[in-house]
Design a protein around this ligand. Structure first.
Ligand code: NAD
Length: 487
């Protein structure tokens, strides 16, 4: 029998009143995973109402300590059901088990603990002021939850990126309505079972499934009773959501696309730079917002670096997620593969040198139906090429040589995006100098994807608005209310 994925509203799993469903298919072999119920206005209304009511129920009366304890229990329950979450995430995304078991699920659980700790330990400000009568006044700030938070998520790291928002939102006392990506609905629904198991009151965590325009995404982001919207996804979608939020003057947090550069200086440790660049270009089949799509290499080491990067790309074995030697999974869908392949074609048309890949691998048997793609490395394109300027979100990069530090910085910054960068050098002064000049939210030196969850995370330019992580998440998920007491 075909599995069904249901909404989770007010503590219960429910079907769509309309009976409307859409298919969730495996990127591995295009087999049907489940029929997913698509929310109409009725389901979104019900979810938002449940979230609003829950603010005034037991959840709203809990102390920070009680809430934090509950979030620890959520994290522990995810860990207890690790294999189930892992299987669901791997089925939806097709990513290797080695990756999901190392990153997606553990980080999905950790996000609850980190923010449970953060809210307990952050002080607010206090000011003493003089008054004409000499008695003075005291000001102190209290943090209150924003209210009902809409959480709109992408498909590349479904549980991890969703809990990165739900964790702090709940830690701060908000309630949430989550709209997971239509490609990856399963772990968000599974989390509903966890919430019930550990006693999170009904209505605190809700999930509605569907698409963006004229579907759950639009109904949720335009809903009058949603107080704030936190979004991770494409820049273009972020702009549409900001428009939807404008009439209601709703707070928005935007984590958007990128076209991230890596700069490799001739003084870099070649092995370190290669290892990090191979990961940053090809991890998760290139579907990481922080991933590298532009590599700038200082001319004396250009040829060797390109050759070794190309060899690494050719050596990445595609395969089933559970096989130990699988190094790369498929793209999320055939639709996304068509988009990535259109850039592969553009690169060839514009005269790129294809160092590795450039097409679709031949997969045997059932796998031939999956959305597989070859890891690809190009050189020789001008910086004006669409391949070098636009976010592709696939396992590919273009490598350009440079001659001076100033030139490398200029090339890296010549983009409308500003999410992440990586710099490889053994020159300490240069590392500091270049790191400070790159117009990004996060810059790695001699590494990639090393994340301390207490640090600010977000994009500059068209890569986003706002910072999440540690105390910075509290800025978005709470309102600061000043109390002024005349003595
Ligand atoms: P997407 O923008 O297509 O979709 C994201 C979510 O928005 C989905 O749930 C989708 O259904 C919903 N949506 C689409 N249109 C909507 C609308 N009009 N109103 C409301 N909701 C709508 O993004 P994607 O393809 O799922 O994810 C890939 C993108 O996400 C890439 O651009 C990547 O760079 C970006 N991303 C950014 C970060 C970051 O932290 N900056 C992290 C991961 C991914």
């Amino acid at each position: 029998m075909t599995k069904e994925t249901l909404h989770f509203i007010n503590g219960e799993f429910v079907r769509s009143a309309s009976g409307k469903t859409f298919e969730n298919r495996s990127p591995i072999d295009n087999k049907l995973i489940a029929k997913v119920h698509e929310a109409g206005r009725a389901e979104v209304d019900a979810a938002v109402r449940a979230a609003k009511d829950a603010l005034n129920g037991p959840w709203g009366r809990m102390t920070v300590e009680e809430r934090s304890k509950m979030l620890y229990a959520v994290a522990d329950e995810i860990t207890a059901r690790f294999d189930e979450f892992l299987a669901a995430e791997v089925a939806d995304t097709g990513k290797p088990v080695s990756l999901a078991s190392h990153i997606d699920i553990p980080r999905g659980a950790a996000n609850f603990k980190v923010f449970a700790d953060t809210v307990k330990n952050v002080a607010t400000e206090f000011f003493q002021m003089p008054t004409p009568d000499g008695a003075g006044a005291l000001n102190y700030a209290v943090r209150v939850p924003k209210g009902v938070v809409a959480v709109i998520c992408p498909w590349n790291l479904p549980l991890l990126l969703m809990t990165w928002k739900v964790g702090p939102a709940l830690a701060c006392g908000n309630t949430v309505v989550v709209k997971p990506s239509e490609e990856t609905p399963t772990t968000a629904a599974l989390l509903g079972e966890v919430m019930n198991k550990v006693g999170v009151p009904p209505g605190v965590y809700n999930v509605v499934h569907g698409f963006g325009p004229d579907s759950a995404g639009e109904f949720l982001t335009t809903h009058d009773d949603v107080d704030a919207i936190t979004f991770t996804g494409e820049t273009r979608t972020g702009a549409a959501i900001m428009k939807a939020a404008a009439p209601g003057i709703k707070a928005t947090s935007m984590e958007l696309g990128g076209k991230n550069p890596a700069i490799v200086f001739a003084d870099a440790d070649m092995n370190v730079a290669l290892e990090a660049t191979v990961r940053s270009v090809f991890a998760n089949c290139g579907q990481v917002c922080l991933g590298t799509e532009r590599v700038y290499v200082e001319r004396p080491i250009f040829d060797e670096f390109v050759r070794r990067l190309g060899d690494a790309a050719k050596a990445m074995k595609p395969g089933r997620p559970e096989e130990k030697d699988t190094k790369i999974g498929p793209l999320i869908s055939h639709e996304h593969r068509d988009k990535v392949l259109s850039y592969y074609k553009k690169a060839k048309d514009e005269g790129a040198t294809v160092v590795a890949g450039g097409g679709v691998p031949r997969m045997a048997g059932e796998l031939a139906e999956g959305s597989w793609i070859e890891p690809t490395v190009w050189t020789g394109l001008p910086e004006t090429s669409a391949v070098v300027r636009e976010e592709i979100f696939g396992p590919c990069c273009h490598v350009t040589p440079f001659d001076t530090e100033e030139e490398a910085i200029r090339l890296a910054n010549d983009t409308k995006y500003g999410l992440a960068a990586a710099v490889h050098t053994t020159n300490l002064a240069r590392a500091h100098r270049v790191g400070a000049k790159l117009e990004v939210g996060i810059c790695w030196i001699n590494s990639w994807f090393l994340r301390d969850l207490r640090t600010p995370f977000g994009g500059t330019k068209q890569s986003g608005i706002g910072r999440e992580g540690g105390v910075h998440s509290l800025e978005f998920y709470t309102e600061l209310r000043n109390v002024c007491i005349k003595l």
